[in-house]
Design a protein around this ligand. Structure first.
Ligand code: ADP
Length: 396
């Protein structure tokens, strides 16, 4: 059975076609700049790349372009659309309602619409993708996989904020967490690498990309995570601040900042970019820091320090930790960041093998010393494969 995985953004649709159950990727790509003057398609298949510039006005047209490309004589990988057995969609927010992936029906669509207020930058676009896909593939099952679902096992003591309780009752203000599909995927891979059952692992998973979050996984289930009501909370990110004293916002309001500018300040101008004043990209910062740029170095130092603090905190939450896992663009590739985070963590049983760390680039690896009480893994995340897996299970 072939499963198409779709990840829709405001002006883009990413796609990946899998042969299931073996999870073999047949093709992947992205339609970008939808509704702009010139749109772009990049399509990867059988080790080749096919890139075209064209005009795509709507997400529905984008879906049509993707399907036409998948069946094209020259660059396609299937003979006919009917070969696609199901479509899996990434949906960012499933609120408290969705504890796992679900087959999409009218009720599910209504719920995703309902949660749009909690994820205004994502859910409406995810929904547009679902509707475009339903329009083009009306007779096949569509599945929604929620970023929040893995975190619905977090207990009340960890998901409630110490704000007036009625804010939770009235507005459902609580920690939801994000990147759940990634945390679940790498936690399960870590269990496999340790020869454990997926519900028999305690792990601290660090998803470090442009957005970053750290999750405490007990017995295979999320019990706490650093992102909260929105993806702004937690560790330092590319352009997001992570944790800071919210009273700073009141102070800045007195200085003339309005809500819109504070939102932009915290989400788009802070984090690695805000501290360094130069870049949100870890590669750039490492290069600059090596050349002596002190602000780039400070940005990396603060980034690593915050993650180290979360690992310490989650070690306490978990009581015993089997593994610390690094994933995401930075987690999978940055030797520097992994080394700095793991330095002096021996109190929590984490002991890095520097040579193994240097050799581990974007591939699964155990980078802990033989003596380390806690395994340290680099595990490239594969959210699409996890979505394809769920979709296959539900639609098969
Ligand atoms: P997203 O969250 O948008 O999916 P990624 O997971 O691709 O982003 O992560 C992007 C981050 O990974 C960027 O900060 C980038 O600099 C960093 N990164 C990628 N490769 C390397 C590398 N070799 N060394 C250090 N950082 C890297």
């Amino acid at each position: 059975m072939k499963v198409l995985v779709i990840n829709t953004g405001s002006s883009s649709i990413k796609y990946q076609l899998y042969e299931m159950p073996e999870s073999r990727g047949l093709a992947k790509g992205v339609v970008e700049r939808i509704a702009e003057e010139v749109s772009k398609l990049a399509h990867y298949f059988a080790g080749k790349t096919h890139a075209v510039e064209t005009k795509v006005q709507t997400h529905e047209e984008g879906m049509e372009l993707i399907l036409n490309t998948l069946v094209s004589k020259e660059v396609g990988v299937i003979e006919d659309i009917s070969a696609i057995g199901a479509v899996g969609h990434r949906v960012v927010h499933g609120g408290e309602e969705f504890t796992g992936s679900v087959v999409i029906d009218d009720e599910v669509i209504a719920s995703i619409e309902k949660f749009a207020g909690l994820a205004p930058l994502h859910n409406p676009h995810n929904l547009t993708g679902i509707k475009a896909s339903q329009a083009k593939l009306p007779n096949i099952k569509q599945v929604a996989c929620f970023d929040t679902a893995f975190h619905t096992t977090i207990p009340e003591v960890a998901y409630m904020y110490a704000l007036p309780y009625d804010l939770y009752e009235k507005y459902r203000i609580r920690r939801y967490g994000f990147h759940g599909t990634s945390h679940r995927y790498v936690a399960r891979r870590a269990a496999v690498l340790m020869g454990k059952d997926k519900y028999d692992i305690n792990a601290i998973t660090c998803h470090l990309g442009n957005g970053c979050s750290v999750t405490a996984v007990r017995q295979g289930k999320s019990v706490d995570t650093s992102m909260g009501f929105t993806p702004l909370e937690g560790v330092v990110m590319g352009t997001r601040s992570g944790d800071f004293d919210p009273a700073i916002l009141f102070y800045l309001t007195d200085k003339g900042y309005d809500v819109k500018s504070l939102n932009a300040l915290c989400n788009n101008k802070s984090g690695l970019l805000g501290i360094s004043g130069i870049s949100n990209d870890m590669r750039n910062l490492e290069e600059l820091a090596r050349k002596g740029n002190t602000r780039a170095k400070l940005a990396i130092d603060i980034f690593c320090y915050h993650i180290k603090k979360y690992i310490g905190a989650y070690s306490a939450v978990l009581d015993t930790t089997d593994a610390v896992v690094f994933t995401g663009g930075i987690g999978e590739n940055s030797v520097w960041v992994r080394e700095q985070i793991c330095a002096d963590l021996t109190q929590t049983g984490v002991e890095l093998d520097s040579t193994a760390n240097e050799a581990a680039l974007a591939k699964e690896a155990d980078i802990s010393t033989a003596e380390s009480k806690v395994r340290i893994f680099v595990i490239p995340t594969d959210e699409e494969a996890a979505i394809a897996h769920d979709t296959y299970e539900l639609a098969g």
